[in-house]
Design a binder for this molecule. Structure first.
Ligand code: TYD
Length: 215
């Protein structure tokens, strides 16, 4: 067998979408997935907490059951461990692209910023669960908390996190922005107060750059 026949597929790219609840990520996740597919990539679109049958069960607990702050953080990373093993790592190894609605930055923002769990504990969990993996690109949908709250559909039943107060989301937002500054090369901060079309065009520009970048 020649060397070229033996070659492993080029590892895929991982893109994550982050932001406080009500930032409007969902529409853009669907559009970004379509955009990358149109450029010839196989895309695995997934979410956290969740993404596997077991992790979805943990999601249900996390979103609806009160628990100790550290239990919450540990379960977030337990579901992430499963998600990485079952979905994310195999997809990237096949050469597929992964687009995830939230990943570890959300644990820093919500459990760290929002709830006040020491950042060092989250760093230890991150080191344990995925010491060598970081997203290639993270879109942080940023907007004032009041605007995000007004967007959360008043008629829908709010989950445990969505019921949190303004202070919680202000701290989560601040932690997201702190991480965006700390890890500037992979973060793209999106002004989420703008119209859908304007945001979509900006995302396509950044996705285009990643599609053209070297493996
Ligand atoms: P999301 O899927 O954005 O909620 P929805 O389906 O209502 O749009 O995220 C679920 C919630 O979980 C969200 O409020 C943020 C929270 N979360 C954490 O607190 N820590 C984490 O590590 C993750 C991934 C999510």
């Amino acid at each position: 067998m020649s060397i070229s026949e033996n070659k492993l597929p080029v590892r895929g790219k991982m893109i994550t979408f982050e932001g406080i609840d009500g930032a409007g990520k969902s529409t853009h996740i669907a559009m970004a997935t379509e955009f990358v597919r149109r450029h010839g990539k196989t895309v695995v679109s997934t979410r956290e907490p969740g993404g596997t049958p077991l992790a979805e069960k943990l999601r249900d607990l996390l979103l609806h059951q009160d628990m100790h702050l550290e239990t919450e953080a540990l379960l977030m990373f337990a579901s992430r461990r499963e998600h990485l093993a079952q979905v994310i790592e195999p997809a990237l190894a096949r050469g597929d692209w992964v687009i995830s609605d939230r990943f570890t930055d959300a644990s820093f923002a919500y459990q760290g910023g929002g709830r006040g769990l020491p950042i060092a504990k989250l760093e230890a969990l991150e080191q344990w669960v995925h010491p060598h993996l970081q997203p290639d690109l993270t879109f942080l949908f940023d907007l004032p908390v009041e605007v995000a709250r007004a967007r959360l559909d008043a008629t829908r039943t709010l989950d445990k996190f969505e019921q949190e107060r303004t202070g919680f989301f202000n701290r989560a937002r601040a932690e997201y922005l702190r991480r965006a500054a700390q890890f500037a090369p992979r973060f793209r901060v999106v002004d989420a107060t703008r119209a859908v079309d304007a945001i979509g065009a900006q995302l396509q520009g950044w996705l285009g750059e990643l599609l053209e970048s070297r493996p």
